[in-house]
Unconditional design. Structure first.
Length: 125
């Protein structure tokens, strides 16, 4: 629960809180903190139970490691998307490959000739 806290930091926070709150109000503050912690814990448990009830057996099939946002690497995702083909190039017939126009990346600058002017959208400007 306190993965980033060392025992020394917790003790220092406790001492500062005791000084700021004062000895008269410290028991009420500790009681409030305990009550609030129990309420938050029950809210979390209730939400967890509701999710399990609504998902049913599908909850066991979810790969939580795959959904972890810490594993999000945009470079890997883009690389896999660019290298992932719908069908292998060797499986496509040679005639079909000759008919298809070459794929151009939208990031590559394209030059236009006088016969072929660049596209213009008058509603967009």
């Amino acid at each position: 629960m306190f993965s980033g806290f060392a025992i020394e930091k917790i003790v220092i926070i406790g001492v500062i809180a005791a000084i700021l709150i004062g000895p008269e109000r410290l028991p009420q503050a500790a009681q409030w903190l305990g009550r609030t912690t129990r309420q938050i814990k029950s809210y979390i448990q209730g939400a967890r139970t509701r999710v399990q009830d609504e998902m049913g057996d599908e909850m066991a099939d979810v790969d939580w490691q795959k959904l972890d946002p810490r594993q999000y690497d945009p470079r890997r995702i883009i690389r896999e998307a660019l290298l992932d083909d719908d069908e292998p190039a060797a499986a496509a017939p040679a005639a079909a490959r000759a008919v298809q126009p070459p794929r151009t990346s939208p990031l590559v600058a394209r030059t236009f000739s006088a016969e072929e002017p660049p596209p213009f959208d008058d509603e967009a400007t």
